[in-house]
Write a protein that binds this ligand. Structure first.
Ligand SMILES: Cc1ncc(COP(=O)(O)O)c(C=O)c1O
Length: 361
């Protein structure tokens, strides 16, 4: 494919990633963990792009985290072997897909929080003569998956006696706190979550079982969870690309992605209409931020249109002009797109396939 020279020549709507910014974010995280016991295992749910996962591994990541078997399939296809699915995988169809990855030599681990699921995983892995690493999922405050620390021992025992399965550790994701804007409160609550997670390790180890991996954390808590005694891995995802939602926390990571759109109409008084709607960028964390157009903002999105309002009589942009936004939620925005245009400032240097976009199985 012949690349356009500048980002303004890219047909829209389209996402760009600034390569120097991406590299700085990856390096900042890698630098933080250089002298720590814990390591970062970046979450693939954000970039969904193998080129970025490879950069994170080259910078020293322990492996890659993902949420779904279909994401793990993309990673294995790209030659990435050490994968944690930080989620429960239920049902024969998906478990058999997992078995195929293990047969290819991938070292896939996953989270469990129920006896039925453990039995199902064991039956299918044992039958296929493969070994699956298992982390007991602990509820550390986010009402999602995970058991209470006291229930973890029983599950760990069951894993220990289940053919095909290997107890590797525990995980607990403090997702209820990662985005809290008050840094002090975030720290206090993240520490409470990690204390709860580590109490599960203590209970399991008291019964003579080994907990090697203790995994938790996100971008908003990487520097709290990442230094909490006993934590071995941090599952941060957004830090590599960032968005306006995480920007409010002033973590020192920079927004690397912009969303490009073209003005397609100014016919409706008071509005500039673009070709970038909800099918292109997500809005569950608020409107993407319009860049560099004073006294104008993105008011709302419809399926295929962006509606910019402005002050003053004349629209500040005309039909055919390009405009740019910072996404408000990077993970779901990337998931709506096939391609990530790689730029250095205004210059286009590459185009990466967002290979795991739509991989929600
Ligand atoms: C299991 C799990 N770990 C970690 C994260 C952290 O991601 P982020 O760094 O984007 O906050 C998430 C976010 O959804 C998650 O679901």
């Amino acid at each position: 494919m012949k690349l356009p020279e500048t980002k303004w020549q890219i047909d829209t709507p389209a996402l760009t990633v600034d390569l120097p910014t991406l590299k700085r974010n990856i390096l900042k995280m890698a630098d933080f963990f250089k002298d720590k016991t814990a390591r970062v295992r970046p979450h693939f749910k954000t970039p969904k792009t193998v080129e970025i996962a490879r950069m994170q591994l080259e910078a020293g990541a322990a492996g890659i985290t993902c949420a779904k078997v279909s994401e793990a399939e993309v990673l294995v296809e790209a030659g990435i072997r050490d994968i944690l699915i930080a989620n429960e995988v239920v049902g024969g169809q998906k478990i058999n897909r997992l078995v195929r990855l293990l047969k290819k030599g991938a070292e896939v681990k996953l989270a469990v929080d129920g006896a039925e699921n453990i039995r199902e995983l064991s039956a299918l892995t044992a039958r296929a003569k493969v070994r699956l690493g298992v982390l007991i999922d602990i509820n550390v405050g986010l009402p999602r998956c995970g058991v209470a620390p006291e229930q973890a021992v029983e599950l760990a025992r069951l894993v220990m006696k289940s053919p095909g399965l290997e107890l590797r550790g525990i995980m607990g994701y403090e997702g209820h706190i990662v985005l809290h804007e008050d840094a002090q409160f975030r720290e206090q609550e993240a520490k409470k979550s990690m204390a709860r997670l580590l109490s599960a390790k203590e209970l399991i180890e008291q019964q003579g079982m080994k907990v090697e991996i203790v995994s938790g954390g996100g971008t908003g808590t990487y520097n709290i969870t990442g230094v909490y005694p006993g934590v071995t891995e941090v599952q941060a995802g957004s830090y590599a690309l960032m968005d306006t939602r995480y920007d409010k926390l002033n973590l020192g990571f920079e927004k690397a992605v912009t969303a490009l759109a073209t003005v397609i109409s100014t016919a409706c008084p008071g509005f500039i209409i673009t070709d970038a709607g909800e099918k292109f960028m997500s809005i569950e964390f608020g409107m993407p931020r319009l860049i560099g157009v004073p006294d104008a903002q993105l008011a709302f999105l419809s399926e295929e249109h962006g509606h910019i309002t402005y002050q003053g009589g004349q629209p500040p942009r005309k039909v055919g002009d390009k405009v740019e936004f910072y996404p408000s939620h990077i993970c779901t925005t990337l998931n709506l797109n096939d391609w990530l245009w790689v730029v250095e400032g205004e210059k286009v240097v590459d185009c990466w396939k967002i290979a795991a976009r739509g991989k929600s199985q």
